[in-house]
Design a binder for this molecule. Structure first.
Ligand code: PLP
Length: 453
């Protein structure tokens, strides 16, 4: 039942992303009105702990005045300019330099987009452009993983390995091959060790490259720790093995750090935690704490040099977005990164992550908790019908959805991914606030347990 005119207007005219549109029509949206710290408030004044930092993204929490001031200052000085056809402006040049300083070694060149999906679409085009430039026009296929999320535009949505983003949209396009999701708890065979599981995944990778023909396989893309697929931490040795095989067949390694980047795992980039040395790195979300839309593609020099030569030959590097490298977004990103460094939030995220995981571990004996996973300030609790057999609830996802809805009543915003409950709180959260977040989680879990029974 819709209770206020804002909800009615929204339902009548606004098409929402990643939403069951008929369910929205029936129930109406929760209208979020304001935010402060880790809290948001709806238009009826109800308080919620934003345990997902919005969409895994508001690293500094809500109401950070320094970001507001940085945006205001830039809006007053130069609210817009583009970087096409040999124009530049200070915030984007400074941010490009800053990102190359923070990123894993060798990523020296940066291209800016407005969103993570645009960035991944750009990666696909850059890799194709690169391989055309160096005379390998056949080397165009991408390897991605089931459960991976890389956005929803046509190319990025093809890299994504989640059916909900593809069903009905004629995706994925045929340039992508999806490999198994690296989730030992669910995909490990009875009696299989974690190491043997890793070997099986690596064999699948190598077999796929050989079956497709290494001369046709251009790149492997993966999130160091998968986010939207359910906060999946890969098994031991996985990334080292992936890189070894990719190097053997001259396949570029692309790290999608859109969620992992800027401290989420307790290191500046997830690549450090997982030991990845990518050829291309994609970042977004916490780059501005999502106060402004911005994403970036970082690449190694050898890719850039081939692209630069090609642009000279073709007359132009014919790729770009009107609002890419936006001066306000890049100014906000510079201030956001300065705050992360000044407050040592990367180290803090590691400490707080350990605190959050210790708190979550107390639920390990609960009869419906199958697996608790994550690294740093990102986690998921997988709820199962039967702990011993790992049997899922029927239908799969029903309990997760119920949990998500019900958590609102306890003043908690989490995400249900299937029947896994994800946490990704702002990195400015305190120990006391983590306690309160887990208290609200427990209250919801108690209600859901009673409902299941
Ligand atoms: N890559 C990853 C790992 C993501 O988690 C997301 C969004 O959640 C994207 C890419 C797409 O970003 P955007 O929603 O800004 O297009």
């Amino acid at each position: 039942m819709l209770t206020n005119s804002l909800q009615s207007l929204d339902v009548a005219h606004h098409i929402h992303p990643i939403t069951n549109l008929r369910r929205l029509e029936r129930q109406g949206p929760i209208v979020i009105d304001r935010g402060q710290g880790i809290y948001v408030y709806d238009d009826e004044g109800r308080e919620y702990i934003e345990a997902m930092a919005g969409l895994w993204s508001v690293g500094l929490g809500f109401g950070e005045q320094r970001l507001v001031d940085a945006a205001t200052k830039q809006l007053e000085k130069l609210p817009y300019y583009h970087v096409f056809s040999q124009k530049a402006h200070a915030p984007s040049a400074l941010l490009a330099a800053k990102l190359t300083e923070l990123a894993p070694a060798g990523l020296e060149h940066v291209f800016f987009t407005n969103s993570g999906a645009e960035a991944n679409d750009s990666v696909v085009k850059f890799v194709w452009y690169y391989n055309n430039a160096i005379g390998r026009p056949e080397k165009k296929k991408f390897l991605a993983r089931d459960g991976g999320y890389h956005g929803i535009t046509v190319a990025a949505g093809s890299l994504t390995g989640l059916q909900t983003n593809q069903k009905g949209f004629d995706l994925p396009l045929p340039f992508v091959r999806h490999l198994s999701r690296p989730h030992f708890y669910r995909a490990g065979l009875p009696g299989e060790t974690e190491e043997a599981f890793t070997e099986r995944l690596l064999k699948e990778l190598e077999d796929t490259i050989l079956a497709e023909g290494p001369e046709t396989v251009a790149a492997f893309i993966g999130e160091p720790v998968m986010g939207a697929g359910g906060v999946l931490v890969p098994p031991k040795g996985y990334w080292a093995g992936v890189q070894e095989i990719c190097r053997k067949y001259d396949v570029l390694v692309v790290a999608d750090e859109v969620i992992n980047g800027f401290g989420r795992l307790g290191t500046m980039f997830g690549c450090e935690t997982l030991g990845i040395e990518p050829d291309i790195l994609v970042c977004s979300k916490q780059i501005t704490s999502s106060y402004q839309p911005l994403a970036a593609v970082l690449m190694k020099d050898f890719i850039y040099q081939a692209m630069a030569d090609a642009s000279e030959k073709l007359g132009v590097f014919g790729h770009g977005y009107t609002t890419g490298a936006h001066p306000v977004s890049t100014a906000v990103a510079l201030e956001n990164l300065a705050i992360i460094e000044e407050r040592d939030l990367v180290a803090r995220s590691k400490e707080l992550g350990a605190y959050m995981h210790a708190g979550l571990a107390k639920f390990a004996d609960h009869p419906h908790v199958g697996e608790i996973r994550g690294i740093g300030l990102i986690a998921a609790v997988e709820l199962v019908a039967d702990k011993a057999t790992k049997a899922k609830f029927e239908p799969f996802g029903k309990v997760g959805l119920r949990f998500f809805d019900h958590a609102h009543e306890h003043g908690l915003i989490v995400r249900g991914i299937g029947d896994s409950i994800a946490f990704c709180p702002p990195m400015i959260i305190t120990e006391a606030e983590i306690d309160e977040m887990l208290r609200r989680f427990k209250a919801t879990l108690d209600d859901i347990t009673a409902w299941i029974a």
